[in-house]
Design a protein around this ligand. Structure first.
Ligand code: ADP
Ligand code: PAZ
Ligand code: K
Length: 249
């Protein structure tokens, strides 16, 4: 069984692949290293042989998690690393190592699935957009605050914006102008993210006309999905790229 991990700034996404099965045999989202190890230890019949990981966290944090996994499960961990070029995609950053590894892997996955020009949009702690041309050239991208950062900034820097998660979820059933604080904030931030998406689509059209694929991924991708009906929602896009960057024979 192979353990796959995507360590973002807020959450660790994990899944277990069983060579004898199609798709993941178990998967989840956890908030900490400890929660990850506990969750995995509670899985019946887990026999890990390999592990591959991508992390956008600090090296010390990532190394600590790797050590904990090796100790708990006796597996060696293959970590995705930056590269200038892979699977036909050329990293467009001036300094290729500075491009977030989650972005790089989602790009590799997107270009493989699209086999043509694509726009990769990822909605996590940050929202990111990356443009990959038909020849695999990464034209660059954009980073802006994602939903968690936008709502936290409003809460931290105001006195009167306070509400709970359940109210936030209810507020997003519609996007009409808010009549309560929670509606006004949740819908306002959602519209900002959607505005970001529409601007990326305009740019993609300017480059490629109508001939491109849009990928949506990240924990908040479903907040924008209905604004981009032509997009492909691929929650595991980073994992698609991870398997390419860390092939395990
Ligand atoms: N099961 C889940 N657990 C936690 N967050 C989730 C879950 N499903 C969706 N989300 C949303 O995903 C967002 C975080 O996205 P994610 O891609 O995990 O971020 P990051 O990669 O930066 O850690 C949160 O704002 C939350 O609203
Ligand atoms: C842009 C990001 C913060 C996104 O992280 P996430 O929201 O997935 O946790 C991450 O890809 C990152 O730290 N990138 C390094 C900076 C860059 O890509 O230019
Ligand atoms: K991410």
């Amino acid at each position: 069984m192979i353990l796959e991990l995507d360590c973002g700034n807020s959450f660790i996404k994990w899944r277990v692949l069983d060579v004898n099965k199609v798709g993941a045999s178990a998967e989840g989202v956890v908030g900490s290293d400890v929660a990850l190890i506990e969750t995995l230890e509670a899985l019946p019949g887990l026999l890990l042989t390999r592990c591959r990981m991508v992390s956008v966290r600090a090296p010390e944090e990532t190394n600590k998690l790797i050590a904990a996994l090796e100790e708990a499960f006796g597996v060696t961990v293959c970590c995705a690393v930056s590269s200038r070029e892979m699977a036909g995609v050329r990293n467009g950053y001036e300094d290729f190592e500075r491009l977030g590894l989650d972005r790089w892997l989602a790009m590799l996955g997107g270009f493989k699935l699209a086999a043509g020009p694509c726009l990769v949009l990822d909605f996590g702690t940050a929202a990111t957009a990356d443009f990959i041309a038909a020849d695999g050239e990464h034209l660059g991208g954009f980073i802006c605050p994602g939903m968690p950062l936008m709502r936290n900034q409003l809460r931290t820097h105001t006195r009167k914006i306070r509400y709970d998660d359940a109210a936030a979820e209810r507020a997003l059933e519609r996007l009409s102008p808010g009549r309560t604080t929670v509606e006004a904030v949740e819908r306002g931030c959602t519209l900002m993210i959607r505005g970001f998406v529409l601007t990326q689509l305009e740019l993609a059209r300017a480059y490629w006309g109508d001939d491109f694929t849009v990928f949506l991924t990240g924990g908040d991708a479903d907040l924008v999905w209905d604004a981009v009906p032509q997009a492909r929602l691929v929650p595991d896009l980073v994992f698609v790229g991870l398997a390419m960057a860390c092939p395990l024979s």
